[in-house]
Ligand binder design. Sequence first.
Ligand code: ADP
Ligand code: MG
Length: 697
Amino acid sequence: MNNNISAILQPVSILSGVGPALENKLAKIGIRTVQDVLFHLPYRYVDKTRLTPIGALKAGMQAHIQGEIELTQIKYGKRRSLLCQITDGTGAVLLRFFYFSKSQQQAMQEGKVLRCFGQVRRGPGSLEIVHPEYRHISEGDEPLLDEQLTPVYPITEGLQQNRLRNLSEQALIKLRADKSSLNELLPDNILNELNLPRLADALDYVHRPPPDANLNSLLEKAHPAQIRLAFEELLAHQLSLLELRKKLRTEQSFPFPASKELVSDFLAALPFQLTKAQQNAYSAIEKDMQQSLSMLRLVQGDVGSGKTVVAALSALKALESGFQVAIMSPTELLAEQHYANFKSWFEPLRITTCFLSGKLKKSEKEKTLENLATQTPLLVVGTHALFQESVKFGKLGLIIIDEQHRFGVHQRLALLEKGQNQTYLPHQLIMTATPIPRTLTMTAYADLDHTVIDELPPNRQAVTTSVISNQRREEIIERIEDTCQDKRQVYWVCTLIEESENLQCETAIATYETLSEKLNNLSVGLIHGRMKSDEKERIMRKFKEAKIDLLVATTVIEVGVDVPNANLMIIENAERLGLSQLHQLRGRVGRGDQKSNCILMYQAPLSDMAKQRLEAMRYSSDGFYIAEKDLELRGPGEILGTRQAGLPTLQIADLIRDVKLLPDIQRCAKMLERKFPQNVKLLIRRWVGNNVDYGNV
Ligand code: ADP
Ligand code: MG
């Protein structure tokens, strides 16, 4: 490298053909430098390096074939089309064109030879390719085959594949001329041990796979060059969380002395004994909060494992030390329920409890804000509204976030900033009911300490789950009648995914109307996301007080709602939901001591995958098992979605596909921190960029 800034760090405009217009388009997909071109990776490949015998074609394949025209004809039907059958002696295939010119048609004479490329599909009579790319081959003038697989890049409006191929070609030439211009950030011993190529070679390979490259392994992103890149990306994310953790671990917090009366008064008043797992979780938290460094602990416990009591104990510890505590819930309904709970627990202990949500009346809100600014000790329960600009805490000592899976790293950061004042950072407790597999936990929550509540309170009956076609709706309705005759209550959950919340509500309203008519001797209630919060609260309270027998709901009841007398749950279109979400919903029943049932209704026919997924629900009630299955059987849409678990968005890696890399990544991250701290920052900057700003935390 000479003294000049190396070519690959220069703006993309140094490449030939890049004027201001193209520069703008490239900027839209994040390409500003030559190096960015190198990190803009192909997402698939086209293989024109060899010809496939026509007899070997199968539906779904990408085919590059050559054959002689046997027959060309125009077919008149709903749509006029040009059909051309070609053969190479091993078999025949039909080319179908809906748009064609007279001269195109005339050139396709019997006996002429065509070379085509396209996607094979099953046509009405035989295999066919619709609108293949094709060219005529004349005798003695057979064009050569491509020497390499052709990369296909993510593009944007007005940006052609050929253009990107040309840019990556130019960028690769610069890279090859000076490989050292690209900083290799992974240590040699790791690369050797894991058999991964060097970065420059990996990039070269994925942009221009050599002639002998294996297309399938490339398409599955299983080639070492691709694994190398995914590895590095995941590593960078892991490191960014570890950095965050380090940063936070240096923040001072107020230590709370050992518990005194409040905690023991509360325990004495509880109608049950803590489980061993609850005790362990609380001891870990108690120990953390006795330190002068701020706590950052995740408590993961299946639905119904009793996390709320653990939160209450932790809150009391902060309160008796004279601090304020804020509990944040993801939904209005949950916040209200928590508020009701905490109020009934804490008022006898003479602790002020208040509530804050976006939906409060102005005067109520002002009063609460004033309390938060001045009164201590005090407990506030609320939604995101707790961490808005206008909220000032007088002496916040502990933040509890319930059902954390709705909040990602970024929210965690925003929240901490909020709680911070000049001298100390509040302790932070995060509770989640989304059991995710251990390897993923360590990646997603590498910045947190972690405790699992792995035991349910005693006398819980497992929920019996059945999978029933919605053609048997009438039987299910009889089950509801029987259940309600026994003075038990029922949930009926209407689900629709990928549709608007409005549509969900419409469906719930329609279902509510039909069910009310059919079950006119029962009290049927309806709750959905479009209702006002006081309306929802009123309905929920009526359901809790058993004034409603059957509650028709949208997935708003997904998390946390607690009605122990409800022992039958019906979930419509269960096949459309992710396993983790089904598990959450099912957790609404089986909270009392009587036998409970969950009916997963589906719309036939079920795909094999959907069958296996529902079977997993029937077979197990263990959230961790279900999470593992969810990982194994990725179904349609978002299941163990990155959004749900608060996992990062990734460019090349896929946390689920690449899950087997995670243990090595964790090990490598620790090693880099110890031995190559200078590379840590560079890796984070390369892959995570400025998306996460640790500076202010
Ligand atoms: P989650 O972990 O899903 O938030 P909750 O805290 O809502 O669970 O607790 C579920 C139910 O179990 C509540 O009715 C709660 O009062 C009850 N519960 C919690 N801990 C115990 C315990 N140790 N023994 C008996 N019941 C308990
Ligand atoms: Mg809960």
